[in-house]
Design a protein around this ligand. Structure first.
Ligand code: HEC
Length: 100
């Protein structure tokens, strides 16, 4: 019995780890939608705004302000509306973690 409990625990841990990995991959997929304009991993070509390495709080606030229409935008106010606040926070965290 003790052994099967151990295997059960190992199985649960694996499932949790896989879940966390899937979550990270999902955030990468969301972030990939930004690459066309903001560059791979948020490192933009000259002329566009780099997101990489900005603080998570700043990025989150900018995205929420775009969504709320509080920050002037040509396109970001429309894009930001496609994500929940929670998703925007996670995307902000992703770009904040990328090297400038
Ligand atoms: C079609 C091109 C395009 C795409 C795709 C795009 N952006 Fe933008 N982004 C812009 C433009 C242009 C601006 C400048 C504000 C404006 O005119 O809307 C901007 C501004 C921003 C800013 C403010 C940057 C700053 O420091 O002032 C953030 C944050 C941002 N975008 C995040 C994102 C995220 C996150 C995504 C993906 C979910 C994304 N953008 C996808 C074009 C784009």
């Amino acid at each position: 019995m003790a052994i099967s409990k151990k295997w059960l625990a190992a199985g649960v841990l694996c499932a949790l780890a896989a879940g966390a990995q899937a979550q990270v991959n999902q955030i990468k997929v969301w972030a990939a939608a930004c690459a066309n304009c903001h560059g791979t991993d948020g490192r933009a070509e000259p002329g566009a705004v780099s997101l990489a390495g900005q603080s998570k709080d700043d990025l989150t606030q900018k995205l929420l302000d775009f969504k709320a229409g509080k920050r002037p935008a040509t396109i970001m106010h429309q894009l930001a509306k496609g994500y929940s606040d929670e998703q925007l926070t996670q995307i902000a965290g992703y770009f904040a973690a990328q090297k400038k």
